[in-house]
Design a protein around this ligand. Structure first.
Ligand SMILES: Nc1ncnc2c1ncn2[C@@H]1O[C@H](COP(=O)(O)OP(=O)(O)OP(=O)(O)O)[C@@H](O)[C@H]1O
Length: 632
């Protein structure tokens, strides 16, 4: 039999005799064989060799062998009353007339307390006398006697972690739920469904829940004693790991329907919640992350929240059709735009020349000659002016995703991008004028080999200096329309009779080239970029306070629908603030990160750090991106 056959036989029948040499011999043989593999240059051989040669493994095997030998010997105690023998010996020796020195020394040793304790322990083990001793069952038990349990909990200024309810018909008081990680839960002695008979010696018969709570709360510290009739069939609690992103705000103190407001937890849009218990169809238990609190709290279940939304019981009603809401925002903005006759109205040429200037700047700042597409102003202008109003009826991007906006909790998982996977799309957004384009441009300039914008599509003819598929994808109106129809645009719009748009393919082209695609989007395109294939990391650029805006934008220029590069006016800054508030109210839950654009240099540095983290560190993403067909 070869060495390997011997080893395999041993594996198949671990009880077979290892032979004189034992495991160590087999190991020696294995080492020899591995050594030969190394000389033959077999892959991984040297790793296995060093592993098998490790001294800790050799020692472990030695211990294993000893244990095996010990088990094989099946040791049994010679006697199980060594203590009795000891005392008998002492009596016998004392009864002797003349006692030798040896006998005296033996008596002295046998009287030592530690020796007696050792023999007593020996007897306990030999007699296997270590199980609990239960009191004898009473001879006669009345048939209708209920088994009660007395539970003592030591309360130390912390809540009990359980809620109670009264049975509607019998008026009996029951434990309604036990809060995960709370005092009652940690004790393991109280369970949902247990019937409470007494609290601290007071019978709760005839009391209403408030009175019972009063008795419990009368002691903020010390022992609380419950006498309960335990529930007979306890539901099996399944441990689960479910994480969700809250899509709404919730405050238990403002919710009259919550069974116990103090047991509830508040959360805001975008918070990540760990759901620890979904046993109750209406009220789940959850922890808000990051959290070091062991105790969970009550939150409304997904179905309850949906019902609340429908019934508009919400203090701040969640708007189910965000896409429609943004349309009205745009119209409102249009109304707010006052034409300032101190500045000349911009025509397309003015924009184009401005655009060209930007482009030249880009080239001059890029010593390596890498072109960064996407600094196109016309797209931003047509977005601002025409977004949504020019889309073909029934073929916008939003309605297909709109149902996602109705989900109060979005199931999420921790996602760590594999270094070989495509990068995540970086989508920047913010109120007009806050600096989204400036930041995007500067980010790309930091490393044009890594960051790139998406090449936009347009139906306008190319200009002399423009190169097809580098500056724009120049397409016919028919092709553009068919792409709209097939939902191939993340967003698009019309400006001065020409269509402009950012296609999904353009973004994918950048991603599949191994680069990080950086685009700026309008808020209503968020749903279009939050997909399995683009895995967008959405960064919201937030304006600082009005005071700081006035300070930091003193020398900055704004491009509005009507004017190119005019200095910021106070109304512009106020409009920016108002627009920011609207965006935040509607879309905050979708932001992966929020950057306040105060000092430009600082913001750029922060942006670079965040973008790197978005690619290299684990992030919460919708579960549907990783496991399709998942919904709460
Ligand atoms: N932190 C900042 N401090 C001072 N000026 C800034 C800052 N951020 C941006 N700016 C300037 O503000 C002006 C507007 O910025 P930008 O064009 O990037 O806005 P935007 O958010 O892209 O708006 P829009 O999409 O409406 O053009 C630019 O002149 C830009 O240089």
């Amino acid at each position: 039999m070869t060495m390997r056959q011997a080893a395999e036989a041993q594996l198949l029948n671990p009880h077979c005799d290892l032979g004189e040499e034992g495991l160590r011999q087999i190991l020696t043989d294995v080492i020899e064989e591995v050594r030969q593999s190394i000389s033959l240059d077999i892959d991984g051989g040297d790793v296995v060799h060093s592993l098998l040669n490790a001294s800790w493994l050799q020692s472990l095997l030695k211990v294993y062998e000893c244990l095996q030998r010990f088990l094989g010997d099946s040791p049994a105690p010679v006697l199980n009353n060594a203590t009795g023998v000891l005392f008998q010996l002492l009596i016998d020796v004392r009864a002797l007339q003349a006692c030798s020195e040896d006998a005296k020394e033996l008596c002295h040793l046998l009287r030592q307390p530690h020796l007696q304790a050792l023999l007593s322990a020996h007897d306990t083990v030999a007699q296997r006398d270590y199980g609990p001793v239960l009191p004898p069952m009473p001879d006669e038990l009345p048939d209708d006697e209920e088994a009660t349990r007395t539970v003592c909990l030591v309360k130390n200024n912390q809540p009990l972690g359980a809620t109670i309810k009264r049975h509607e018909i019998t008026g009996e008081i029951f434990i309604a739920r036990v809060i995960h990680g709370g005092l009652a839960d940690r004790s393991g002695l109280l369970h949902a469904g247990d019937r409470i008979i007494e609290v601290n010696g007071f019978s709760v018969g005839g009391m209403d829940p408030e009175q019972v709570i009063h008795v419990v709360q009368a002691r903020s510290q010390g022992t609380i004693m419950f006498k309960v009739v335990p529930i007979t069939e306890r539901p099996v609690h399944q441990e689960m790991m479910l994480y969700v992103r809250a899509m709404v705000n919730y405050n238990p103190q403002q919710d009259p329907t919550i069974p116990c407001a103090d047991a509830g937890i508040s959360f805001s849009k975008g918070d990540i919640l760990e759901i620890v218990d979904q046993t109750d169809a209406l009220w789940w238990q959850a922890r808000k992350l990051p959290s070091d609190a062991c105790c969970a709290g009550l939150i409304p279940s997904s179905s309850l929240l949906k019902r609340k939304q429908r019934e508009l019981w919400w203090s701040q009603p969640y708007l189910p059709h965000a896409c429609m809401h943004i349309l009205s925002t745009v119209e409102e903005e249009e109304d707010l735009m006052a034409i300032d006759d101190k500045f000349m109205e911009a025509d397309e040429e003015t924009f184009e020349s401005d655009e060209l200037r930007e482009e030249n700047d880009d080239f001059s700042s890029n010593s390596e000659g890498i072109f960064s597409a996407g600094f196109r102003r016309s797209l931003r202008l047509c977005r601002r002016r025409f977004y949504s109003t020019t889309q073909l009826p029934g073929h916008t991007r939003c309605p297909s995703n709109c149902s996602a906006l109705n989900v109060p909790y979005e199931e999420v998982v921790r996602y760590q991008r594999h270094p070989h996977d495509a990068h995540r799309l970086i989508a920047l957004l913010g109120p007009s004028g806050v600096g989204v384009n400036e930041l995007r441009k500067r980010l790309i300039e930091t490393n044009p080999r890594l960051f790139q914008g998406a090449v936009p599509h347009t139906t306008r003819p190319p200009k002399g200096h423009e190169e097809p598929d580098r500056d724009y994808h120049f397409t016919s109106r028919e092709i553009f329309d068919s792409m709209i129809y097939k939902n191939r645009f993340l967003e698009y719009g019309e400006y001065k009779g020409n269509l402009y748009g950012t296609s999904i393919e353009s973004v994918k082209d950048v991603l599949s080239s191994g680069k990080i695609c950086v685009i700026d989007i309008e808020p209503n395109a968020i749903q279009a970029v939050r997909t399995h294939e683009l895995k967008a990391y959405v960064i919201y650029v937030k304006p600082p306070t009005l005071e700081r805006l006035r300070e930091s934008r003193k020398t900055a220029h704004i491009t509005t629908t009507y004017y190119v590069n005019r200095p910021f006016q106070d109304e512009d800054l106020q409009e920016m603030e108002a627009a920011a508030q609207k965006i935040e109210a509607q879309y905050w839950q979708f932001f992966d990160h929020v950057i306040v654009n105060d000092e430009l240099q600082d913001t750029c540095a922060q942006l670079l750090t965040v973008v790197n983290k978005s690619q290299d560190e684990p992030q919460w993403v919708p579960t549907s991106w990783i496991r399709p067909n998942t919904q709460l």
